[in-house]
Design a binder for this molecule. Structure first.
Ligand code: UD1
Length: 342
């Protein structure tokens, strides 16, 4: 297929580009080379794909980029949790206005297939299992509790500790920060577009993606990159909360494979898939793994917290395996060793 990949110069985008090329697709990349991500200005061209430098919010640039393509993989976005409320307008503009512009242009040019990079953060705190009340949705964590070291969100009905239950794609959606809200809005715009145009949308709710090319040393860097950078400077990784918060770290090549499968298999309508390794780890465990791999100082558990953070983000990613045969191939240990060796 001839496809448009937005954000193809970004961390995940570059791996999606390689996967698309390996599978014989013809790719045009549209990337704005955002200065907060591409501090060196970014590349002037790409080896095996056409690069158009432009922003999806710019109608003329997007119309030009869509000319002659059959499908779009939309990865261009402002990522991360954000630094503070001053980031709100940029999330709304980059992610939501950008997606709205893209969808309108796609409708005009009759490009009917969209793969959307979404996120696990749309589930908020997800689902917990209360010994008394069964499956419950914990409310947002409150600052007073976090300040006194109470990191686990309690049962909203009786306050008891919860066991984790994995969320599937039908779990209630409950974004808890600006980024999560903007990702969910993208999904809703895309769903509406699919309904009105008969187009096909696959939203992929990525877990915590790591691997070669992770952005480093920016306020938007993921925790694996932050820890690796600290260890390279000879410093201990600083683990927030008590280190027992769980995430599903999924390798970027596995995510790229899932993204290309989604583009190839999309059918009219809207469908969302969770994309994770299937094996949750704690942040403390990941810090210890990287410290060992890099022969660096042991992690320090700081008790600090970020109010927008969700305690645990772990979901059931079996639907993508079951329905479309995707299998993650990179296990945690070798993936972290590869990151450490970079
Ligand atoms: C990450 C992604 C987000 C994605 C989501 C999907 C980044 C920046 N964010 O969010 O785009 O949608 O996964 O699941 O890649 N932490 C520390 N020490 C630090 C920094 C962070 O202990 O120095 C902890 C945080 O408190 C948090 C965990 O590490 O508990 C993960 O943080 P982070 O990598 O920022 O990712 P998420 O918020 O999970």
């Amino acid at each position: 297929m001839h496809v448009l990949l937005t954000g193809g110069v970004g961390f995940i985008g570059r791996h999606v580009l390689s996967e698309l090329l390996d599978r014989g697709h013809q790719v045009r990349v549209l990337d704005s080379l955002r200065p907060d991500v591409h501090r060196d200005g970014g590349p002037a061209s790409l080896e095996d794909a056409e690069l158009q430098v432009g922003d999806v919010r710019d109608r003329a640039a997007t119309e030009r980029a869509l000319s002659g393509v059959e499908a779009v993989l939309h990865l261009a976005a402002k990522v991360g949790l954000g630094v503070d409320v001053n980031d709100l307008p940029d999330y709304a503009s980059s992610n939501d206005a950008g997606t709205a512009e893209l969808l309108a242009c796609m409708a005009r040019q009759k490009v009917a297939r969209l793969t959307l990079a979404s996120s696990m953060v749309v589930y908020g705190e997800g689902i917990g299992r209360c010994p008394e009340h069964g499956k419950v949705s914990p409310g947002p964590r409150v600052e007073a509790a976090l300040s006194s070291g109470k990191f686990e969100p309690p049962c909203p009905r009786c306050g008891q500790m919860l066991d984790t239950a994995l969320v599937d794609e039908n779990a209630p959606l409950d974004p808890r920060n600006a980024y999560a809200t903007s990702k969910l809005a993208q999904e809703y715009y895309a769903k509406d577009w699919a309904r009105s145009t008969g187009g096909a949308v696959v939203a992929l709710r990525y877990h915590n993606v790591y691997g070669p090319g992770m952005p480093r040393d920016t306020p938007y860097a993921g925790v694996a990159a932050i820890f690796t950078s600290a260890l390279r400077r000879g410093e201990a990784p600083r683990v927030f909360e008590d280190g027992n918060q769980r995430r599903d770290f999924v390798h970027v090549r596995d995510v790229a494979a899932a993204t290309v499968i989604a583009c190839e298999k999309a059918k009219p309508g809207f469908v969302a898939f969770n994309v994770g390794s299937g094996t949750p780890r704690t942040v403390g465990e990941m810090a210890r793994g990287l410290a060992t791999a890099l022969n660096g100082p042991s992690p320090v558990v700081t008790g600090q917290f970020r109010l927008g953070d969700v305690r645990h983000i772990t979901a059931d990613s079996s639907r993508l395996r079951r329905e479309w045969g995707w299998e993650p191939k990179v296990d945690f240990k070798s993936g972290m060793a590869e990151l450490a060796a970079q």
